[in-house]
Design a protein. Structure first.
Length: 496
């Protein structure tokens, strides 16, 4: 790597037995990477709007005699969860599309079904049409998360990777807030019509950003890869990025060498064989367990029914204005994460938010006990404050950090496949939890359900305290070596 001149600002770091360089560039590089991230963020704004729309629609139609048509318990549980069930289908297709067509193509593939889904929702006049609209959105949803986060992980400098992933998370929460805010002023069908503008804008702007340099290298398009790096580092000359280009070549060739046995031995099933690789199954295991405790500690299964939950807690809110407050709290937490992640790190933010949420859920359960035994009168501000704390704290850690990890914890050759599998696992877990939530609540009661969630969140705190690494400001190679130390790599990466 020594035959090219070094960029103007380079810091050497020790990475195992190898010397690696961390080029850092100026303000223009930050602006360029931010612009590319913002285009991807439009797609995540759309994701947030899709995820929040179930809450808006169920809040309007569930047991509401004034609604155009009604949703009962079973229909609400299906409509609130079916979006998550459809996502893995698109996610599996996304893994193939990322590898063969690139991240930008996945953005286009995600926008088309999203636009169609919003149109179907606008014209929905029955439960069946609601189902078809969310099924269509779910297919597009599978093409969103994996490509967006792996793209950010591949285009950003280590110093910006965490922040830009937080920007992506913030975009999703802006989408949630947008749906809640629009529902305060407009009928849910009009909200659907307005929401369709987001994927249309994304389709328009995606043509102006470069493809992932690593993906271009994998296709032998070296000149385009150099041009992409130059664009992303502030529209600089190739000589400025020569060192980083050589490092990407070295990283890519290393990943190819490690995966060669897997690809040659399994043929068409080579992607599935990555599951046997320690560099994939170890971070996948961590991400899966993380997601389970995210669902519990952030009360995600309750979210489609939050309007009804607030009503049962004594909150009389016919216009669902509390949803707007909760959306603002989530967005505020995401901003807090963006501002503090470089200083505090993802591990500290994860453990802090999980601890706060565990206490808040426990206090929620205590409040229900006091109400049931008539120890206190209904106090509407208590559930609103507690849920706002959970939303803010979750967005500052548990709800958003796992998505930033997706862009960092997998090796390059497996990134498209592994990120898609990870998001598919998350949505399958979310579907399962959301689908059974009403049944669990009806069986155990609201109080016992929240006590169970608080206890489970505490178990999650213990697990993540013992097993979660710090990835902030680490190179991709350093992160990979955490999961597969150098003394294990030769045996762990090759499948006999």
């Amino acid at each position: 790597m020594g035959k090219f001149p070094l960029p103007h600002a380079v810091t050497d770091i020790q990475c195992g037995n190898d010397m690696e360089t961390k080029p850092t560039y100026g303000r223009k590089a930050t602006i360029a990477q931010l612009l590319a991230t913002m285009v991807q963020s439009l797609l995540l704004v759309n994701v947030g709007m899709e995820l929040a729309m179930a809450t808006v629609v169920i809040g309007s139609l569930y047991k509401n005699p004034k609604a155009e048509f009604l949703l009962n318990d079973s229909e609400s549980s299906w409509y609130g969860s079916i979006l998550y069930l459809c996502q893995p289908i698109g996610s599996c297709l996304s893994g193939y599309a990322q590898k063969h067509f690139g991240k930008k193509s996945c953005v286009v593939l995600a926008c088309v079904p999203s636009i169609l889904g919003w149109i179907l929702l606008f014209y929905a006049n029955s439960v069946t049409m609601l189902y078809w609209s969310t099924i269509t959105m779910g297919m597009g949803l599978g093409f969103n998360d994996g490509p967006a986060y792996s793209y950010i992980g591949e285009i950003c400098e280590p110093r910006l990777r965490g922040i830009m992933a937080c920007v992506i998370n913030m975009a999703c929460l802006i989408g949630v807030l947008s749906s809640y805010g629009l529902s305060y002023f407009f009928h849910w069908k009009n909200v659907a019509a307005i929401s369709a503008l987001c994927p249309i804008m994304c389709l328009t702007f995606v043509t102006f950003i470069p493809e992932s340099p690593i993906w271009l290298l994998s296709k032998g398009r070296n000149e385009k890869a150099i041009n992409a790096i130059c664009w992303l580092r502030g529209w600089v000359d190739p000589s400025v990025v020569s060192t980083e280009y050589q490092e990407l070549m070295f990283y890519y060739k290393t990943s190819v060498d490690q995966s060669k046995t897997i690809r040659n031995s399994k043929g068409l099933f080579s992607s599935l064989s990555w599951i046997k690789s320690a560099s994939v199954y170890r971070p996948l295991r961590l991400a899966t367990v993380y997601y389970i405790f995210t669902l519990i500690s952030c009360l995600t299964p309750c979210r489609p029914y939050i309007v009804q939950l607030m009503y049962e807690s004594g909150v009389n809110d016919p216009k669902s204005s509390s949803l707007v407050l909760f959306g603002f709290m989530q967005l505020g937490g995401s901003v807090g994460l963006t501002l503090t992640v470089r200083k505090l790190g993802k591990r500290m933010l994860t453990l802090s938010s999980l601890c706060i949420n565990t206490l808040a859920i426990f206090m929620f359960a205590i409040y229900f006990v006091c109400i049931n035994f008539k120890l206190i009168e209904l106090k509407p501000y208590v559930p609103v404050v507690l849920y706002s704390i959970i939303m803010f704290s979750g967005a500052m850690g548990m709800l958003t950090v796992p998505w930033t990890l997706v862009s960092e914890i997998y090796p390059n050759e497996a990134k498209g496949f592994a990120s898609s599998v990870t998001t598919a696992v998350f949505y399958i877990l979310t579907f399962s939890a959301t689908k059974v939530y009403l049944s669990v609540e009806n069986t155990l009661g609201l109080t016992n359900t929240f006590f169970m969630m608080a206890a489970s969140s505490f178990v999650g705190f213990v697990y993540l305290y013992r097993n979660m690494p710090e990835t902030e400001n680490k190179t991709l190679m350093e992160i990979e070596e955490f999961f597969v130390p150098k003394n294990e790599q030769s045996s762990a990466e090759l499948i006999p």
